[in-house]
Ligand binder design. Sequence first.
Ligand code: NAD
Ligand code: MN
Length: 499
Amino acid sequence: MKREAKTSNWRERASTLQLRTEAFIDGKYQPAASGETFVCINPATGKSIGQIAACSSRDVDVAVASARRAFEDGHWSRMAPGSRKKILLRFSELIRKHREELALTETLDMGKPISDSLKIDIPGAARCIAWYAEAIDKVYDEIAPTPHDTLALITREPVGVVGAIVPWNFPLLMASWKLGPALATGNSVVLKPSEKSPLTALRIAEIAIEAGLPEGVFNVVPGFGHTAGEALALHMDVDCIAFTGSTRIGRRMLEYSGRSNMKRIWLECGGKSPNIVMADVADLERAAKAAAMGIFFNQGEMCSAASRLLVHESIRDEMLDRIVAIGESMAPGDPLDPATKLGAIVDQAQMNTVLGYIESGRKGGANLRSGGRRVREESGGFFVEPTVFDGVQMDMRIAREEVFGPVLSALTFKSLNEAVKMANDVMYGLAAAVWTRDLATAHRVAKSIRAGTVFVNCYDADDITVPFGGFKQSGNGRDKSLHALHKYTELKTTWIDLS
Ligand code: NAD
Ligand code: MN
């Protein structure tokens, strides 16, 4: 009863929610110059929740010009770090204050469970902004050990106009991982949210102004990748692109840079992360839970998803039985139900991609242990069951390609060396995990896996204090932690002759 009451509360609030649907440029909401819009779909119902300004290169030009003007006038870029800190802390506080509205917006826009939006996405975004705010008046520059009659200062300056292009799986959180360090270091930002999830980015633009961010410092241009995204990445007056998205489009960012002004390109791309469970795992139940959450959390729409389970053959059945049981207890549900653990896939196209991979697994000879179907079709939404394949071989597509859905591929190994070889045998290198009681095994695996993060006896441990990003074709540079500040600053040497 109680739960139903809560779900209906969220539904009621959804029906009266005021959404921001226009571009935010130079401190104001405005329609696209062309007047064009695109439809925003709630993936839990398949129904429209709004028409969003479809920005093109004309809008991007205006937004970049505004960002440049704001950068040059120095109100933000040359503001004392302690003052920027105050404004960003207020920004973070206001995000927290609007937590429920933003969480609801995120859930309606991209289908994730309301409990996750409330507990993870929105507080995570607020914490990220606050963390960089707190950090920025505590980082010092350097003086080089040059000869006595010289002084060489090594300082960092904001890079200028940052274009941020982000995906739909954690819309506000991924945007915040760019906004936090980029704004704290004094840059202006033009944010291009995913066309599948533009709403929270549009809403926080006015919240930032309310917090005291000068107009033009933060602009949001919703639109498609091949229009707004391409215009931003090709723009001659954008100094840096901070991209999170697929490896295929990430590669294109590098081309755009080469074809335009050699802007800095930072890429957070896809993954096919191996989760290695050794025969000496201390707690099989915990490992199974983490393996299941590692692939089913956020409908499997996770760059760091534990999408490949590499399990020692001696414990395969025990491990898989447990994962299957957890998967079966996570049937997709209404994202507005606070008890729902698995929501809707972001849109029909992505659902079809996921179902296509499931089909390819079946046809390729993998063994479907559970799930595999679209469900809740009567809702009009796009829901896929938690799905587990075993008997997967490394030459299958479901062993090598990123599905970006709740689909686990289980492979077995006999020796540690074989596991490490399989782990490294993909083009990605975002995350990995090893479960073992043996300290030497843990360290050996951690050292031999080419990935940005290696978890030992856990999965998806997460904190703003640690860098996150990929080796190989999972990208370059790192989001989060103080290391992210480097992406948004240029290093300058100032030589002074004292003789
Ligand atoms: P995507 O690459 O399709 O799109 C990402 C962004 O790029 C969107 O805003 C999109 O509109 C834009 N875009 C698309 N085509 C473009 C073009 N030609 N020019 C300029 N911009 C263009 O990715 P997606 O489907 O939105 O997100 C899923 C992907 O994101 C997965 O591969 C996932 O692994 C990755 N991801 C990575 C991380 C990470 O931190 N490494 C985090 C989250 C998601
Ligand atoms: Mn949407």
